[in-house]
Design a protein around this ligand. Structure first.
Ligand code: NAP
Length: 480
């Protein structure tokens, strides 16, 4: 298959010295989707050198001109949405319906970021309120881009999670070196093409295709890089934290998201929402429902409502419009998930439906009577299974919801306002959804976890803030 080149310093090209290339294959049936270069260390250096120069050009470009280029990129992303959707579906094994929804959000993220890049307001400082300081001084703050941003993204949402990094970074005036997940390089390259074709100056955006395990350290330790924006597993995030040195870090990491279903909940609503929120993208979503904590009085009724809905999810060829759940990202990942379900059953949990694997597809699964301290509740599963356990009251439910090392998002189904207020205060999660599951995101909202789920927030307004630096300026006049 023809090589899809990577982007370095405005040039689309192969790997510089190695000339190596690798196929990207469909996780569903192994067909070759495309071929991409395998970048080496000299490509990393070339991308960072280009970014250093690009960062100077771009920070000297007025915000309104940056915005115009981003708005053109959004138009192009809209035009190319069907191509982006087909690429996502083929690379990830995600259903074409889900991939179409993802591709359709691309342009809107770019537009939101383009606007936020024009909103870099400062504040005046009331310096004379400081004892000993008079009216002869005026202080204010100025925001400026960080400079070179390294963006590293995961496989599961190869358009959304790339754009939630590069669009705000570019809108705020930074140069970006993007290292997308090796499984999903083609979608990232297609999106980068939208910015290049919109007129982004050379060097402002580079996309390196190659293994994170080999290129990652060089990217995150390089002193030319001021900001690392990473989304991926907690293990890789922890490594980046240790390696990066004095840099600004945003880390969007793993999760084991809980849903609490209380005795007064609308059970039909809760069951329908969980039957969706646990299985979108075959459970490979950081905000997927992994745990359901039910009140014993309604546990049986909730499961009776949930299981038939999960059984009715149609699995199969991701490219078919009839398929409701596609494959996992690889057969190896599917086997890991199957084994985790088997281990839960060996520990006393009941598999009510699912648990089987066929190639890279795992059947939608519900596991009941789960011990909250078991690995299937504690460790991120990243697969299409929901683990159900019991909690006697609010106290117990909140304690179980908080009882893992993660804190990305949570959902609570109840009609009890007083209990809800308490739960909002006491649940350690970056997003809390009342009467819905954690699997919900508006692209403009702040998004990011507590505890082992990360540091910092995405969502264009917050990402622009994290991708800029605050300077304080004081004008020293003379007393008059
Ligand atoms: P991953 O294995 O950690 O990989 C993420 C990215 O890091 C990939 O681009 C990978 O490159 C790169 N990488 C690997 N080793 C590296 C190193 N030593 N230094 C720097 N970069 C390195 O994660 P994944 O399997 O792609 O994604 C799944 C994880 O992402 C889950 O844990 C999920 O919860 C998390 N996630 C979190 C959020 C959130 O918002 N909190 C959103 C989505 C996903 P290669 O692909 O080349 O190895």
């Amino acid at each position: 298959m023809d090589l899809t080149p990577m982007l370095i310093g405005g040039e689309w090209r192969a790997a510089a010295s190695t000339g190596r290339a690798e196929d990207v294959t469909s996780p569903y049936d192994g067909t070759i989707v495309g071929t991409v270069p395998v970048a080496g260390m000299d490509d990393v250096d070339a991308a960072l050198t280009a970014a250093e120069a690009g960062a100077v050009t771009w920070r000297r470009t007025p915000a309104h001109e940056r915005m115009q280029i981003l708005l053109r990129a959004a138009e192009i992303a809209d035009e190319r949405a069907p191509e982006i959707a087909r690429t996502i579906s083929a690379e990830v094994g995600k259903t074409i319906a889900e991939a179409t929804r993802e591709a359709g959000r691309s342009a809107e993220i770019i537009r939101l970021a383009a606007f936020e890049g024009t909103q870099l307001y400062g504040k005046t400082l009331p310096l004379d309120a400081n004892p000993g300081t008079g009216l002869d001084k005026i202080g204010f703050t100025v925001r400026q881009p960080c400079g070179v941003v390294v963006a590293i993204s995961p496989f599961n949402y190869p358009a959304l999670l790339v754009l939630h990094k590069i669009a705000p970074a570019l809108a705020a005036g930074n140069a970006v070196v993007l290292k997308p997940a090796s499984a999903t390089l083609l979608a990232a390259l297609t999106l980068a093409g939208c910015f290049v074709d919109a007129g982004l100056p050379a060097g402002v955006l580079s996309v390196l295709t190659g293994p994170g395990g080999e290129l990652g350290d060089a990217l995150v330790t390089d002193p030319r890089v001021r900001k690392v924006s990473f989304t991926g597993s907690t293990a890789t995030g922890e490594r980046i934290t240790r390696m990066a040195g004095v840099k600004k870090l945003s880390l969007e990491l793993g999760a084991s998201c809980p849903v609490i279903v209380l005795a007064d909940a609308d059970l039909e609503l809760a069951a329908s929402a969980v039957a969706e929120g646990g299985y979108v993208n075959a459970g490979q979503v950081c905000i997927s429902v992994q745990r359901v904590i039910t009140h014993p009085a309604i546990a049986g009724d909730f499961l009776d409502a949930l299981v038939p809905k999960v059984e009715s999810i149609r699995t199969g060829d991701p490219s078919s419009p009839d398929t409701e759940m596609g494959s996992l990202i690889s057969t190896r990942e599917a086997e890991r998930v199957r084994q985790a379900i088997e281990t839960a059953a060996a520990g006393g949990a009941q598999i009510l439906t699912g648990g089987e694997r066929d190639g890279s597809t795992v059947a939608p699964t519900v596991v009941a009577d789960v011990d909250p301290s078991a690995p299937i509740a504690q460790d991120e599963l990243f697969g299409p299974a929901v683990a159900v356990s019991a909690a006697a009251d609010w106290e117990d439910a909140i304690s179980q919801a908080n009882g893992t090392g993660y804190g990305l998002a949570a959902g609570i189904f109840t009609a009890d306002v007083a209990g809800t207020v308490r739960a909002i205060r006491e649940t350690d999660a970056g997003s809390i959804h009342i009467n819905w599951t954690p699997l919900w995101r508006a692209d403009l909202m702040p998004y990011g976890g507590l505890k082992g789920s990360g540091i910092g927030k995405e969502g264009p307004r917050w990402a622009v803030e994290e991708m800029t630096e605050l300077k304080t300026v004081v004008l020293h006049g003379r007393p008059w």
